[in-house]
Design a protein around this ligand. Structure first.
Ligand code: UD1
Length: 366
C-alpha cells in the first residue's frame, strides 16, 4: 500500500516532514503503509529546498520531476507531464498533496484523472481572493479531492458549504505546527544574530513575497520605508525570497535599519521569529508559526485563508496600505498587543492522525 507524497515548494517541506515522521513511526510499529516521495522541483535552490530536507530529516526524494522555474502554466504543464509518466509506469495507491502551491494542484489533477484517489492536507482553507494563485490552486485541488485533512473549524465549514460530505472531512490539526513543535529545541541563531548584534525582542522580522507587495518597485519601496520609519530605530531583518531579490536589486538608499539577509533555513528562520519583537509578513504559514510562538504578527494583506490566526492567535490583518503600519506599531510599543491562544488541535499530533486515518481508508476505501 504505497502513497505518493508530493512536495514541490518551500512551504510544502515542513508539512511533508511531519507526515513522513508519522509514516516512519507507523512502519516501525509494523504498519502496512509505505510511501514514495516525489519532489516536483518547483523550488530547487539549496536555500529554498535542500536545506529544509537536511534540517528536517526528510529523506532524499525517490523521484525528482525537476520542473524548475517558469510561468504558472509552464510549471503546471511540466509537473503534470512528469507525474503522469511516473504514475503510468509505476502507479501508487494514493496521491497525498499538501498546501496550495502549483505542485499541489498539478499532481492532484493528474492523479484523479488516472483514477488514483487524492488526499489533501490543509484542504478547505479559503481567502476568497481569486487574484492569489494559491486560491485557484486550493479551489481546483479541493474540487477533486477524495479525503480532506483540515487544520481548522473554518476549513471544515468552507468544505461543508461547498457540499462536501462529512465523512470525507477529517479535522486533524496542523502538520506545519507538528514540525515547529518538534524542532523548538533545535532552533539555532543565524550568523546575522551576532553580525547585527541582535537581542531578544530587540528587532523585527519581515517577510515579503506576494506579487501584490513586491512586483512594483515604487510600491515596495514605500512599504519598506513606512515599516523602517515606524519601528523606533530597531533593526528590521528581511530574509529575501528570490522573487523579492530581483526587485530589491533595482533600489538604492534603502533605510539603514533595514537589514537584508539571504532566505534562511528552517531552524534559523524560526529562531528569528521566536525572538522577534514582532513579525511583519505577507505569508500565510508564518502567521501560524507566530501564533504558536506567541509572537505579535502584522499581516500586510487584505484577506487571510487562516482566520483562526486572527480570531484566536496573535495576528492582525493590516491590509496593503502602508499608512496602517504606524498605528499598529504604536499599539505594539504601548504593550497593548493581544495575547493570543492556540487553535484547536494544533498540538503536534496532526501527522499521527493523518496516518491513522489513511490506514483505515486504504484498508477499506469508502
Ligand atoms: C511559491 C508558491 C507560494 C509560496 C512560495 C514560498 C505557488 C503558486 N506559489 O511562490 O504559495 O508561498 O512559493 O516560497 O506555487 N526561484 C529561485 N529558486 C528557487 C525557486 C524559485 O530562484 O528555488 C525563483 C523563480 O525563478 C522565480 C521566483 O523565485 O523567479 C518565484 O518562484 P516560484 O516558484 O514561481 O513561486 P514563489 O513566488 O516562490
Amino acid at each position: 500500500m504505497r502513497i505518493d507524497l508530493i512536495a514541490g515548494a518551500r512551504p510544502n517541506f515542513m508539512k511533508i516532514a511531519a507526515i513522513i515522521r508519522a509514516l516512519d513511526a507507523h512502519r516501525a510499529a509494523g504498519g502496512p503503509l509505505r510511501y514514495r516521495l516525489v519532489h516536483t522541483g518547483q523550488h530547487y535552490d539549496d536555500r529554498m529546498s535542500a536545506s529544509f530536507f537536511t534540517q528536517l530529516g526528510i529523506p532524499t526524494p525517490d523521484v525528482n520531476l525537476e520542473v524548475g522555474s517558469g510561468t504558472h502554466a509552464e510549471q503546471t504543464a511540466g509537473i503534470m507531464t512528469g507525474y503522469e509518466r511516473l504514475l503510468r509506469d509505476d502507479p501508487s495507491a494514493l496521491c497525498l498533496v499538501v498546501g496550495d502551491v502549483t505542485s499541489t494542484m498539478a499532481c492532484a489533477i493528474v492523479a484523479q484523472k488516472m483514477l488514483v484517489p487524492v488526499a489533501h492536507v490543509e484542504g478547505g482553507i479559503r481567502s476568497g481572493d481569486w487574484t492569489m494563485p494559491e486560491e485557484i490552486n486550493r479551489l481546483v485541488t479541493d474540487a477533486i479531492t477524495d479525503r480532506f485533512f483540515t487544520t481548522s473549524a473554518d476549513a471544515n465549514e468552507n468544505l461543508r458549504r461547498a457540499g462536501v460530505p462529512e465523512a470525507r472531512i477529517h479535522f486533524v490539526g496542523n502538520t506545519m505546527i507538528d514540525t515547529l513543535l518538534v524542532n523548538l529545541p533545535r532552533l539555532v541563531a543565524p550568523a546575522c544574530w551576532t553580525e547585527f548584534g541582535l537581542t531578544d525582542k530587540g528587532y523585527f522580522i519581515l517577510t515579503l513575497h506576494r506579487p501584490s507587495n513586491v512586483d512594483s518597485a515604487d510600491g515596495l519601496e514605500t512599504l519598506l520605508r513606512s515599516i523602517a520609519a515606524a519601528v523606533r530605530g530597531l533593526p528590521v531583518i528581511l530574509p529575501v525570497h528570490p522573487r523579492t531579490a530581483a526587485i530589491l536589486e533595482t533600489m538604492r538608499d534603502l533605510p539603514s535599519n533595514l537589514r537584508l539577509i539571504e532566505a534562511q533555513p528552517y531552524l534559523q528562520f524560526n529562531y528569528l521569529v521566536r525572538s522577534a519583537k514582532a513579525v511583519i509578513t505577507d505569508s500565510g504559514g508564518v502567521t501560524e508559526e507566530a501564533t504558536v510562538l506567541g509572537v505579535p504578527c502584522l499581516t500586510l494583506r487584505t484577506t487571510t485563508e487562516r482566520p483562526e490566526t486572527v480570531t484566536i492567535g496573535t495576528n492582525v490583518l493590516l491590509g496593503t496600505d502602508p499608512a496602517a503600519i504606524g498605528p499598529a506599531l504604536e499599539t505594539l510599543f504601548a504593550g497593548h498587543w493581544k495575547k493570543g491562544g492556540i487553535p484547536e488541535l494544533w498540538d503536534g499530533r496532526a501527522g499521527e492522525r493523518i496516518v491513522a486515518s489513511l490506514e483505515m481508508w486504504l484498508a477499506r476505501p469508502a
